[in-house]
Design a protein around this ligand. Structure first.
Ligand SMILES: Cc1cc2nc3c(=O)[nH]c(=O)nc-3n(C[C@H](O)[C@H](O)[C@H](O)COP(=O)(O)O)c2cc1C
Length: 207
């Protein structure tokens, strides 16, 4: 699928086929493709919970303002912005960068200092923003990766974050930027025209 088509064809789908069961292998392929998402210092500060069982989807639906797509989709991704991504991932990322020839061993300390300066303390607003922007890019990639495998998606921030964290054992310090329903569209459903978009020059300036 060509990139332009990918962007043109993505829609937020409300009408999932509730009978479509998604293979674990397909989900793994979607996630693996999205895993190529770029991130700050390549720190990849995200986590993902894939909600698949009918019982767990039903429980999640209750916490997502009863949105039917949460239960009707084949799976729902809970995208988590991991504020501890720096502590957890920095050393392995630096090691790999050295072994792949990105920079010499002696540059590691400089990178550690850069990470500390840019991304702040674990529980700071700075850190929350760092994790959220990167996890949100990952979320977008999940939606496009789904299309590559002929699947549709629907992002949602209509949910009770604290209750979702409690129900799915997500650390209270972490943030959930969105849920993403994934599956096949019902064959008998049809979509309204593409939702309105502002004109490019309403939000762009060339300087
Ligand atoms: C972060 C985010 C949260 C959203 N939350 C919801 C939601 O809770 N419920 C819903 O029906 N749509 C939700 N949407 C879908 C938007 O309404 C939709 O993307 C927008 O209307 C444009 O439509 P399109 O995605 O089909 O182009 C959300 C979209 C994003 C990106």
């Amino acid at each position: 699928m060509k990139e332009k088509q990918l962007l043109n064809q993505r829609r937020s789908i409300n009408f999932f086929d509730p009978r479509y069961v998604i293979e674990s292998e397909t989900l793994r392929k979607v996630i693996s493709l999205a895993n190529l998402t770029p991130s700050s210092l390549n720190l990849q500060p995200w986590q993902l919970i894939v909600v698949r069982s009918p019982e767990r989807k039903k429980a999640l639906r209750k916490l997502a303002f009863n949105q039917a797509k949460v239960e009707e989709a084949s799976a729902v991704f809970i995208v988590i912005a991991d504020n501890e991504g720096v502590e957890k991932n920095l050393e392995p990322v630096l090691d790999k960068a050295v072994s792949l020839g990105y920079f010499p061993e002696e540059n590691k300390e400089q990178m550690r200092q850069t990470a500390a300066a840019l991304y702040g303390e674990k529980e700071s607003e700075q850190r929350r923003l760092f994790a959220t922007k990167n996890a949100s890019l990952f979320a977008m990639s999940l939606m496009y990766a789904a299309q590559v495998y002929d699947l549709e998606t629907h992002p949602m921030d209509g949910f009770d974050e604290e209750k979702v964290k409690a129900e799915f054992s997500v650390d209270s310090q972490k943030y959930i930027p969105m849920l993403i329903a994934i599956g096949k569209m019902r064959k008998d459903a049809s979509l309204l025209p593409r939702a309105y978009r502002r004109e490019v020059m309403d939000f762009t300036s060339f300087v």
